[in-house]
Structure formats: C-alpha cells, structure tokens
Design a protein. Structure first.
Length: 211
C-alpha cells in the first residue's frame, strides 16, 4: 500500500461521510474528555470527524485532542490548551498554540507540504520527521527527534536533544528520556494507532507513515 494512504485505509469511511484524504489540515481525529471548537462542543463520532476552518479555535477543558495536520503529521493538544488554525492548505498548514501544550509527531509529513506552528510570535517550521514538544508558558520547544527551524527575533535551527525558550539567543541540551504525563499519553496514542493498523513501530518510536 502507498505510504501516503496508510491513514486513509486505516480510517476508511463511506463516500458520503467526511474522509481524511484528501482532507484539509485540521481534522480532529480523536478526543478524550471535553473540548470546544469555537462556541460548539466537540463530538468525534467516526465515520465523521470535525474539521477546523481558518481562524477556528480548538480549546480543551479537562481533555486532550489529536489533530491531523497532513496525512502523516499529528498534533496532540494537551489539557487546558488552545489551538488556532491559521491556514489549512495542504501545501502550507499553519497553526498557533494560544495556550497550554502540544506535541507534534511528524513522519513523512514534511514531504507533503510545509507545516508551521506559532507560539507567542515565534514561528517553528517542522523541517524533518520527528517528535516536537511545545509549551506556551513558558513559551518553549523541545526537539526529541528531528530538526526544527525557529524564526522569531532571530533564526535558529534546533537539532534533536535541544530545547529553546523563545526569546533566548541560544538553545540548551536536555535529556530526551525525561518525559511528562502528556508526552507519554501522546506516545501511547500513536502506538495504539499503529497497533490498530498492524503497522509495527520502527527506530524505537511509533511511525505514522512507512517510507
């Protein structure tokens, strides 16, 4: 099976329902707990999934959500967090973390279009497949795997094992084995997705697409 269509096959739906491919970025794939999309409560009931439109804001209360930003890139939104869809083009997806935390898992997604995440005026382009953790307070990024290009008051490229407090001129190294409850939840959700699709994990971390 073509790798780009792995998720589509996993989540195949009738023609009349919302399909994932070729869907625009912003499909809310999974919800645990409570969340609001603008003024409406979010309800994820396959084979239909809510779609974030430009400028739409997804807010979690006591809950977590998983948003598909392109066929091979998942964004996990943490408790008491808010995410705005800036642009939902397949070739140029942009989101803004307004509050809370998010984890981005990219596996092949950089090959299907550009994905950028903004945090407090800083723009981060997901430059390679990898695992990236974001927080809004304090505003920071941690790169577990992959490479991230940061643009704010200056330009900086972050390699795996490095973290950056936005506004600082230089990055610092961190122990990639130290994770919090949200990181571990994100990892379990991707592993469950792979188990359900019978796609084995590789390189010691879950894979969304197989090259």
């Amino acid at each position: 099976m073509n790798a780009k269509y792995v998720l589509a096959a996993m989540l195949a739906v009738p023609a009349a329902a919302q399909t994932l491919l070729p869907a625009r970025p912003g499909v809310i794939l999974y919800l645990e707990g409570r969340a609001m999309l603008d003024a409406d409560p979010v309800a994820v009931s396959p084979p239909r999934w809510p779609q974030m439109r430009p400028n739409a804001v997804l807010r979690t209360d006591d809950g977590r959500a998983k948003v598909l930003l392109n066929p091979c890139l998942l964004l996990h939104l943490g408790n008491h967090s808010a995410l705005r869809m800036v642009m939902n083009s397949l070739t140029d997806a942009r989101v803004e973390l307004l509050a809370g935390s998010a984890v981005v898992d990219a596996d092949g997604g950089n090959r299907t279009g550009s994905v950028e995440l903004e945090v407090q005026g800083n723009s981060v382009r997901i430059a390679r497949d990898g695992l990236y953790s974001f927080d809004s307070s304090p505003a920071q990024i941690r790169v577990y795997y992959g490479v991230a290009a940061v643009k704010g008051t200056g330009r900086l490229t972050l390699a795996a094992g490095h973290a950056l407090l936005f506004g600082r001129a230089s990055a610092r190294s961190f122990d990639r084995k130290q994770t919090d409850a949200f990181d571990e939840w994100s990892d379990r959700r991707v592993r469950q997705l792979m188990d359900d699709s019978r796609i084995p994990p590789q390189f010691g971390r879950p894979r969304i697409c197989v090259p």
